[in-house]
Ligand binder design. Structure first.
Ligand code: THU
Length: 125
């Protein structure tokens, strides 16, 4: 599974987004250390604070299936398409920090960053 293929799975997952309030559709594809892929999309709610981001949907999906070792996540977001960069929000960066090391790759539309680049000085107990 290369970065482009993982991003394409994120773009496909984006099409499942439930985002009637923002109109901003996001998909994520999470690659486990042993090569499995778990996807997620953003799921909004009329009670806005209950919205869940695509990245957390994917991570919670994987953890709930027993996976806790991850190597990369691709994120595809946008109103019209997934062509522009959609950075993960701070809450999702914190959730990534819970399960992933600093070298965890975050694959965006035109660049790949590491978690340590996106989330330096992360909170840990
Ligand atoms: N969203 C994500 O799914 N991931 C992010 O990292 C940032 C924001 C979603 C949440 C909400 O449904 C919509 O994008 C607009 O904020």
């Amino acid at each position: 599974m290369n970065e482009k293929e993982l991003f394409e799975l994120a773009a496909k997952a984006r099409l499942s987004a439930y985002a009637p309030y923002s109109g901003f559709l996001v998909g994520a594809a999470l690659l486990t250390a042993d090569g499995r892929v778990f996807t997620g999309c953003n799921i909004e709610n009329a009670s806005y604070s209950l919205c869940c981001c695509a990245e957390r949907t994917a991570i919670f999906n994987a953890v709930s299936e027993g996976e806790k070792e991850f190597s990369a996540i691709a994120i595809a977001g946008g109103k019209e398409n997934a062509d522009s960069v959609c950075y993960p929000c701070g809450a999702c960066r914190q959730v990534m920090t819970e399960f992933c090391g600093g070298d965890f790759k975050v694959i965006l539309a035109d660049r790949t960053l590491t978690l340590s680049e996106l989330m330096p000085y992360a909170f840990k107990l």
